[in-house]
Design a protein around this ligand. Structure first.
Ligand code: C5P
Length: 215
């Protein structure tokens, strides 16, 4: 039986940082599903495809080969992770991620990955849709201000020029779009364990999750 761990939660709740550490600890492949939605946004925007051009976007997705290596998304043989976290992508990704056909395609790819590998997957719909039967499900939260602060530090460290207020606005807007969209909105699975990471350090969260997995 393959092991699968689902981590959901809003933007900036620390999902990817935590998932990467837990992946190393338990020898799991880390699948960053947000990066996959970002990659679709990146390709669509490069081709000037608006979120209404669903058919064209789907044709582009069919040409995309996506897999993960050392926590990074490789798109058609190229590591494009640096470009995916750019604020322009963050601003637009929720619009592309709300397209039903896009979600169907990406969910299928994610489920195929979970059949091939032991995975820890983070996103918005992992515990509720992608890995509904995962034995381990976690839902990470933190206040919007704390999440914006973390993103601000992360982007500033990467030398990307950003304003804290702008990030906070983006996070609040994305929270709204992700929780209110028609298809697979962000909600906590009934059987997920909720962890509020406000004021908790990374080790504290990793330990909580590790204890659950070991049991
Ligand atoms: O996780 P990250 O913040 O990089 O995700 C970017 C966006 O992709 C989210 O705001 C959401 O709109 C979308 N997303 C999604 N379902 C997932 C993962 C991400 O809709 N499983």
């Amino acid at each position: 039986m393959r092991i699968s761990v689902a981590i959901d939660g809003p933007a900036g709740a620390g999902k990817s940082t935590i998932a990467k550490i837990v992946a190393k600890k338990f020898n799991l492949m880390y699948i960053n599903t947000g990066a996959m939605y970002r990659a679709v946004t990146f390709v669509s925007m490069n081709k000037d495809l608006a979120p209404t051009q669903v058919k064209n976007i789907c044709e582009e997705i069919d040409k995309m080969e996506m897999h993960f290596e050392n926590d990074d998304l490789i798109l058609n043989g190229e590591n494009i992770n640096e470009r995916l976290t750019h604020p322009d992508i963050s601003k637009n990704v929720s619009a592309y991620a709300s397209i039903r056909e896009v979600r169907q395609k990406l969910v299928k790819l994610q489920q195929e990955m979970s059949l091939k590998y032991d995975v820890i997957m983070d996103g918005r719909d992992i515990g509720t849709v992608v890995l509904k039967d995962a034995p381990y499900k976690f839902f990470l939260t933190a206040t919007a201000e704390e999440r914006a602060k973390r993103r601000f530090i992360e982007l500033t460290e990467k030398n990307i020029e950003v304003e804290y207020e702008e990030i906070l606005e983006d996070i609040i807007r994305r929270d709204y779009l992700d929780t209110h969209r028609e298809v697979d909105p962000l909600t906590m699975a009934e059987d997920a364990i909720e962890i509020d990471t406000t004021g908790l350090d990374i080790d504290g969260v990793v330990n909580k999750i590790s204890e659950c997995i070991r049991k």
